[in-house]
Design a protein around this ligand. Structure first.
Ligand SMILES: O=C(O)CCC(=O)C(=O)O
Length: 246
């Protein structure tokens, strides 16, 4: 399942591309089962090898809610299967060439709450080093429905062509962001998704998301991929193409 020339052109011009029905619903059901009660389970006993950032709500007695769970492939065998599947790698190959490495996989539950917006940012602001280029590609997979109400991803189409902009830097999850944090932007488009859809996006596109104003978790997973060798510290595992050099 590679991209058609028209789909690829859309990605190149806009900096993102939404692939409807990227993964079969059976896989999505399995992922949903594997991450069931994830907040409670990880609060009790975090799994080995993962990293969690918790939401910071005003009520200190409220239940602990995960904002971001890094290395989610370690807690979900189906996410691990999905990130290396031919479906995923064939699309990535058409966007970034054959030398594909995993950079990370992270679960983004986004609990309901006023403070759960993700500020506008470009991912390359986190990843830039002297020895790399912004050739990374992300895929955000919908595990549950994503809507504007529950805080789906929003992109500023074409903003990847403007280069890397100056970001503010704070010591917290999603602490690198453009001036103004999150506010509605007229030039942004909301990417509403159904379970199984995946949106691919460029490391330089400006994106963010509104707070979750619904009653339930939004549930997404972002897989970040790098071109193998484009800064070794930013490749976790070669998935296709050249093996990682030691
Ligand atoms: O999940 C979101 O709403 C934003 C995620 C994001 O910005 C990212 O993974 O870079």
């Amino acid at each position: 399942m590679s991209l058609t020339p028209k789909e690829k052109k859309f990605y190149e011009e806009n900096g993102y591309f939404l692939k409807k029905g990227l993964l079969p619903l059976e896989w999505i059901n399995e992922i949903q089962e594997e991450v069931e009660n994830i907040h409670e389970r990880m609060a009790k006993q975090p799994a080995e090898g993962i990293g969690i950032s918790w939401e910071e709500f005003d009520d200190p007695d409220g239940p602990a809610r995960i904002k971001q769970l890094m290395h989610s492939e370690l807690i979900s065998p189906t996410l691990n299967r999905a990130l290396r599947s031919d479906v995923m790698l064939d699309i990535l190959e058409s966007l970034m060439g054959p030398d594909i490495s995993l950079y990370h996989s992270k679960l983004l539950p986004k609990a309901p709450g006023d403070s759960t917006a993700i500020p506008w940012h470009q991912d390359y602001a986190y990843w830039k080093r002297e020895d790399n280029r912004p050739v990374m590609v992300n895929c955000q997979l919908a595990i549950k429905e994503a809507t504007l109400e529950n805080g789906c991803l929003q992109f500023v189409p074409g903003s990847h062509k403007r280069g890397l902009q100056e970001h503010e830097r704070h010591q917290q999850a999603f602490g690198v962001f453009l001036p103004g944090h999150y506010q509605e932007r007229e030039d942004a488009v909301a990417i509403e998704m159904e379970p199984g859809d995946g949106v691919f996006f460029n490391a330089l596109i400006i994106h963010g998301s509104a707070p979750n104003r619904s009653e339930a978790d939004r549930l997404m997973n972002t897989f970040a991929y790098n071109v193998t060798g484009n800064s070794m510290t930013q490749c976790r595992e070669a998935l296709r193409g050249k093996p990682l050099e030691s």
